[in-house]
Design a binder for this molecule. Structure first.
Ligand SMILES: C[S@@+](CC[C@H](N)C(=O)[O-])C[C@H]1O[C@@H](n2cnc3c(N)ncnc32)[C@H](O)[C@@H]1O
Length: 196
């Protein structure tokens, strides 16, 4: 793969994340789901450049209360998502490894659903309480996500890493559709049947 700002490992937080399998899975999901998207938001970026992967999406926003990603063509917003007063509804949004840090996770999840027509979220999957002392909701599982989001996701998958023992749950929520799909291929088939 050619090296650019999004593939360069660099140092610090991104160096430890850039080759994560969960991020590659999110990348495939956004590439499949976001083909026609014009606007995208990432909530809780921690300075990570993965928004650069989605170069066909013209308007991209990175929001973080501490470290939004600052990159070419990216709108960077330093704010607490819960206090953020923007009324914009984005075509697609990502919120990766954030909910487990947020005390009022249900309110946060509901605001994510309102702000993103298609939402891709990831959380640590069934990590023991105390494994990471910045996580306030471990263990997180499908049931806890259901209680925060108040609905079934359209898609849910558990992703294991190879280099570390760090299972994560990735889910997709679509605003205009409640059908469950198990792969992007199946979603495409179901979408085509529904729109006939
Ligand atoms: C563990 S990092 C996740 C970074 C990246 N998304 C990833 O997948 O590695 C969590 C980030 O969420 C941000 N965050 C936590 N609560 C937030 C809130 N209420 N509003 C905005 N950002 C928040 C933190 O500042 C932190 O940068």
């Amino acid at each position: 793969m050619a090296e650019d700002s999004s593939t360069k490992k660099g140092s610090g937080y991104w160096a430890g994340r850039s080759e994560s399998i969960y991020l590659y899975s999110v990348r495939q999901l956004v590439e499949g789901l976001g083909k026609d998207c014009k606007t995208m938001v990432d909530i809780g970026s921690a300075g990570c450049p993965y928004l650069d992967w989605f170069d066909w999406i013209p308007q991209k926003t990175s929001l973080d209360m501490a470290r939004p990603y600052r990159g070419e063509g990216i709108k960077s917003v330093q704010a607490d998502f819960m206090q953020w007063e923007s009324n914009e509804v984005y075509d697609i949004g990502t919120c990766l490894q954030v909910l487990e840090h947020v005390p009022l996770a249900e309110e946060f999840a509901q605001k994510l659903l309102q702000r993103c027509k298609i939402l891709v979220v990831s959380v640590p999957y069934k990590w023991k309480f105390g494994r990471n002392n910045t996580h306030v909701h471990d263990p997180v599982d499908e049931e806890k996500m259901r209680s925060w989001f108040g609905r079934r996701p359209n898609f849910s998958v558990m992703i294991s890493e190879v280099k570390s023992d760090a299972p994560r749950l990735i889910q997709v929520y679509e605003q205009d559709w409640d059908k469950h799909w198990a792969s992007l291929k199946q979603r495409e088939r179901l979408r085509n049947v529904t729109s006939d």
